[in-house]
Design a binder for this molecule. Structure first.
Ligand SMILES: C[S@@+](CC[C@H](N)C(=O)[O-])C[C@H]1O[C@@H](n2cnc3c(N)ncnc32)[C@H](O)[C@@H]1O
Length: 305
């Protein structure tokens, strides 16, 4: 059974989570997601009890507030969703645009859940003033309230009492991390939008990000980064530089629907980078007489470039 997911979100790592979790060490105090989005990795890790605590952060405040409501007040948010979903039937487009207007005015995270469930492909889009401007999906009417309730309660039961939430810039979160933590970072991709992100509420500066990783290295903090990748021969964004001393792995993210439509049979590969001290930790584990660990080590130590 796959873990529960109440939030539809572009770039969600829910499909890659089972592979990414293989690279988590066993002794995590806080699993920190500074660019949490829908928090797919925290949810999947909690299902396997891979960390004692979790820290979910996203600069998008209504999004991190929504995750907090899901974890801490599941009944309230599930009932609110049911009410708003049921109200859409007379004229669902008009209803959607009204909710969108209210959300842009109030930033109420409960309205955001409905918009994410109902908008085109869970693809958040913002205009230059930071207002949510994605259109409703013309073919689907959004997750049914019963399914949504099940997903909300599923996430709450996995994470309640174990998470802290924030909506700070990722650098403030990194500054508070400890050696006993593991940071999983999935920033907006450089190759998609450059430093000025057009898809998420905010983008990041590539050079600032490299400096932040360098600082983590010097403080001995363990981390994993998902960053760009390639489809067929086309690479998105630059690979992270050698001075960071990272191990680069390419994950098979499946066939691209766009390439298939154009008659090309291309697989998307997403890049995953592991910090050196994490590799050392995992390699130590692999000396155990356990075949599984040895296979993992082979994968880890065979970086694809
Ligand atoms: C690729 S998405 C993360 C997707 C996530 N891994 C998931 O499974 O849903 C990147 C996220 O980074 C957030 N973000 C952008 N700039 C940020 C910043 N400076 N600090 C913290 N979060 C930021 C965006 O709001 C977006 O939700």
């Amino acid at each position: 059974m796959s873990p529960p997911h109440p939030i539809q979100y572009q770039g969600s790592k829910r499909n890659l989570a089972p592979i990414i979790l293989r690279y988590l060490p066993k002794d995590i105090d806080y699993l920190i997601e500074p660019f949490a989005g829908s928090a797919a990795i925290s949810i999947a890790a909690a299902e396997h009890q891979l960390a004692k605590n979790y820290w979910i952060n996203d600069l998008n405040k209504p999004l991190s507030e929504l995750l907090q409501l899901i974890v801490e007040s599941p009944n309230d948010i599930a009932s609110f969703y049911e009410q708003i979903w049921n109200a859409q039937h007379h004229n669902s487009f008009e209803h959607y645009y009204k909710v969108r207007e209210d959300f842009n005015h109030t930033k109420d995270p409960r309205l955001f859940l409905y918009l994410l469930a109902r908008c085109v492909k869970g693809s958040v889009r913002y205009n230059s003033e930071g207002l949510f401007n994605q259109s409703p999906d013309k073919r689907r009417c959004g997750t049914r309230p019963k399914t949504m309730r099940t997903n909300i309660f599923g996430v709450s039961s996995l994470l309640k009492g174990k998470v802290k939430f924030s909506s700070d810039d990722y650098k403030d979160v990194l500054a508070k991390s400890q050696k006993t933590d593991l940071i999983y970072m999935d920033p907006p991709y450089q190759g998609v939008c450059g430093d000025k992100d057009c898809r998420y509420l905010s983008g990041i500066d590539h050079n600032d990000f490299l400096t932040a990783l360098e600082e983590l290295n010097s403080r001995g903090i363990r981390y994993i980064v998902s960053y760009d990748g390639r489809r067929g021969d086309k690479t998105f964004g630059a690979t992270l530089p050698a001075f960071l001393d990272l191990t680069h792995i390419e994950l098979d993210a499946g066939r691209s629907s766009q390439a298939t439509l154009l008659g090309r049979d291309e697989i998307t590969h997403e890049s995953l980078y592991l910090s050196r001290n994490l590799i050392e930790k995992l390699s130590k584990k692999s000396t155990e007489s356990n075949r599984h660990f040895r296979i993992q080590q082979l994968m880890l130590l065979e970086p694809h470039t």
